[in-house]
Write a protein that binds this ligand. Structure first.
Ligand SMILES: C[S@@+](CC[C@H](N)C(=O)[O-])C[C@H]1O[C@@H](n2cnc3c(N)ncnc32)[C@H](O)[C@@H]1O
Length: 378
């Protein structure tokens, strides 16, 4: 069974290749416990993070949209009250939920889990660990009544894969930033975003140091972005039948969970491993640890890295191609370049020169085009 309210997302999820055969519901707020199929093993929710993310409204778990996750607990509480067995739970959200309002969102979730009798574990995982060139840090929380959740999310640990910058042919950055940061990513794009109340979803930018000056600042295609989430190219194309706005597919891709990360969790749910990571009881001071486990009111912080999967890394330069990328527009580049010049950011060798040359080439191109459009005087 799947529950999704947004029509373009429903269109993609209901295709035969995805979850076409699943029972489909719309609004979780109207969902009754009786609609949840008997014998369900796992409830999983990637709830809206607009209130939890740094860019969002910072209302925290009490925010109307992120608060939707609390509906999941109401359903679980109803299941328990009626004597139904409680399924495993898997939640996903932004790392900011660990620190915002001193981790109030995580506290609210853990208190409900403890009250239901769950044992739980969570871990911050970077999508690059699944081999895709996207820096995407997300918190995954797994809770189980009978099993040991440590044997799923905390079962594997890998050495952080540091890119050798001298051989890297593509760097990602966020052209919408430039005041306090640039989202710089080596051989990867920064997190693909689903859009928020503050802005529409937009592609990241990529710096190609080996391309000719003036062609070094580009944006990937939506199909490139799908691949950076681990999807087949064209995965979200069906959404065009519902919404022709180009931002829709970007929002769908940005909202999603990276396929390789979901796949690793799925495999570990079927075949649990052994947790051998060092841990210590958490003092409760400051924000929550990046990884932890607990139950019955106790919390243990775990020394887990964010790279549990260690899949073969696909370089950003191999995912994009000269035909799939588009030069970043003059408006976007000059806006970003203008913001950057007031700061000390973006000091990677050649980057500022590339931005300058890109703006100049785009201005020349625009002038040449407007001259060509002029009607010749005879
Ligand atoms: C962060 S996204 C998670 C998407 C999910 N990870 C996926 O890959 O399909 C949150 C989703 O919650 C959906 N949503 C928001 N309000 C909802 C509601 N009341 N009932 C059901 N879904 C809702 C949004 O449309 C959005 O697709």
């Amino acid at each position: 069974m799947l529950c999704e309210i947004w029509e373009p997302a429903r269109q993609v999820l209901s295709s035969d290749a995805v979850l076409g055969s699943a029972q489909s519901e719309r609004d979780i707020t109207g969902l009754s416990m009786r609609q949840i199929p008997d014998g369900v093993d796992l409830i999983t929710a990637g709830f809206p993070c607009t209130d939890l993310s740094q860019a969002g409204r910072k209302a925290g778990i009490a925010g109307e949209r992120s608060g939707l996750v609390l509906k999941v607990f109401v359903l679980l509480e109803e299941m328990q009250a009626s004597g139904r067995p409680l399924p495993d739970l898997l939640l996903e959200n932004v790392p900011n939920m660990l620190s915002l309002n001193r981790g109030a969102a995580m506290r609210a979730i853990v208190d409900r889990l403890d009250a239901l009798g769950y044992r739980w574990a969570y871990r911050t995982i970077d999508s690059r660990s699944a081999g895709v060139p996207q820096r995407r840090r997300r918190v995954f929380l797994h809770a189980s009544i009978d099993g040991d959740p440590r044997s799923v999310l905390l079962a594997d640990d890998d050495v952080i894969d540091v890119r050798d910058e001298s051989t890297v042919t593509a760097f990602g950055f966020s052209w919408t930033e430039g005041n306090r940061g640039v989202g710089w990513a080596v051989d990867a794009v920064p997190t693909l975003k689903g859009g928020s109340t503050l802005g529409i979803a937009s592609p990241p930018a990529i710096y190609l140091p080996n391309a000719p000056l003036g062609e070094q600042i580009v944006t990937p295609s939506i199909e490139d972005a799908e691949e950076m989430q681990g999807f087949e190219r064209g995965h979200t194309a069906a959404a065009i039948e519902i919404s022709k706005r180009p931002g829709t597919r970007w929002a769908l891709v940005g909202n999603a969970v990276t396929v390789g990360v979901a796949e690793w969790i799925g495999k570990r749910l079927i075949e649990p491993g052994v947790d051998e990571l060092a841990y210590a009881e958490w003092s409760g001071m400051g924000g929550w640890p990046k990884a932890a486990f607990g139950g019955g009111g106790r919390v243990f912080g775990v020394e887990a890295d964010e790279w549990p999967i260690g899949a073969h890394y696909r370089s950003l330069g191999d995912v994009i191609s000269p035909t799939s990328v588009t030069p970043l527009s003059l408006k976007a580049t000059s806006g970003f370049w203008g913001r950057l010049q007031k700061t000390n950011l973006g000091r990677h060798p050649g980057f500022r020169e590339a931005l300058d040359a890109h703006v100049e080439a785009a201005v020349n191109d625009q002038m040449a085009r407007s001259q060509a459009d002029m009607v010749p005087m005879t």
